[in-house]
Design a protein around this ligand. Structure first.
Ligand code: 5GP
Ligand code: MN
Length: 352
């Protein structure tokens, strides 16, 4: 059964905008991942097929393993050309916000986003969407924003406008947000969606190779280093932590996106239920934090409670201002605090 995320009334307002609005901008979050880029390119392609002007604006650089996506060459990156990005957002009739729920997540794009007179719609699967939108289409139970964009296009009655390239973008987002359909993807409806995307002519195995099998040699060696030298198993909890300093990243010539997936690796160990990855970013002057968990362990709550971050139950993130050592200290103290919790979803981390 295909899920039916949107009814006619959900998209009624957007339909009205389509009658008069010509200039559309699609924006998504900083540190754009496969779902952010895939869903944005797909929606943009759809709107262009509807005869609209549309541009994707992203806050910062896209990792190399996503640059092959159809339509990527037209994306405007705020950190490369802030003037153009801001003008597009200011001048837009409609801004479509994908895969984020707070303006903090769009960093430099936030100012123009908040001041533009454009109508605003959000399509997202993060919990607690912010109050910035005229239309909010939020489904935290969905695998990905890309899955929701597929349903959005279908709800608009335009399944026929989805071409192979659009389907490639949508499948990429679904694949990357579900670890290639290995987590957060146990709904038959999602497989129904994937089936329809396959009908559009995508080669899902080629998409997998394009995203996951295009590492540089140094990236794979960095992974080996992380696993043998940098993975700490926390004795007191079913948790693991990986940290990387800027110097270590430089030593392995790490590029944007090269550390993608590191946070998941410790979860391959039997019994590990939560994993954290802390990466020093001396350019931004912050520590970038990633958390992953299994089952009902709420790593988003850990991120929120101790680092003011957020995200999904099993995939969350945040930023820490301070040294890597201090971030590790907060992590350890956080686990100590959690060890006293009586909530079952948290307790399971501490039962041996
Ligand atoms: P990642 O570890 O892939 O960077 O992020 C995983 C998830 O955590 C994202 O999909 C997003 O929901 C959330 N997330 C990442 N970074 C931040 C952050 O700085 N703040 C908040 N609130 N959520 C974040
Ligand atoms: Mn997503």
């Amino acid at each position: 059964m295909i899920d039916n995320y949107f009814s006619g009334s959900d998209i009624q307002e957007f339909r009205k905008w389509m009658e008069w609005a010509d200039r559309y901008v699609v924006i998504s979050h900083m540190g754009p991942d496969g779902d952010a880029v895939g869903s944005s390119l797909a929606l943009c392609r759809f709107l262009r097929k509807c005869g609209k002007q549309c541009t994707v604006v992203l806050p910062d650089e896209v990792p190399d393993f996503l640059k092959w996506l159809p339509g990527f060459s037209d994306v405007v990156i705020y950190s490369d050309d802030s003037e153009r990005a801001e003008k597009l957002v200011y001048d837009a009739d409609v801004v479509c916000s994908l895969d984020f729920n707070t303006v903090k997540r769009i960093s430099g794009v936030a100012a123009s986003f908040l001041y533009t007179k454009a109508k605003k719609i959000v399509i997202d699967h993060h919990p607690y969407p912010g109050p910035f939108f005229d239309v909010t289409l939020s489904h935290p139970e969905s695998s990905s924003t890309s899955e929701l964009v597929f349903h959005f296009i279908c709800a608009m009655g335009q399944y026929g406008l989805i071409d192979t390239e659009t389907a490639v973008c949508l499948y990429t987002g679904i694949m990357t947000d579900t670890g290639a359909l290995t987590y957060n993807s146990s709904s038959s409806g999602l497989f129904g969606t994937v089936s329809l995307l396959l009908d559009k002519g995508i080669d899902k195995d080629e998409i997998y190779r394009n995203v996951y099998h295009t590492y540089s040699e140094s990236r794979l060696r960095l992974q080996g280093y992380v696993l043998s030298e940098k993975m700490q198993i926390i004795d007191s909890a079913s948790a693991a932590l990986v940290t990387l300093t800027d110097a270590e990243l430089k030593k392995y010539n790490a590029r944007k996106g090269d550390t993608e997936g590191f946070v998941n690796m410790p979860l391959q160990i039997k019994g590990i239920l939560m994993s954290a990855f802390f990466r020093e970013d001396t350019v931004l002057g912050i520590i970038k934090l990633s958390f992953r968990s299994v089952g009902t362990v709420p790593c988003n709550r850990f991120s929120q409670e101790f680092f003011n971050g957020g995200g999904h139950v099993n995939a969350a993130g945040g930023e820490f201002t301070g040294t890597l050592q201090e971030a590790v200290e907060v992590f350890r103290k956080g686990l100590e605090k959690w060890a006293e919790s009586s909530e079952e979803c948290i307790r399971q981390l501490f039962v041996k």
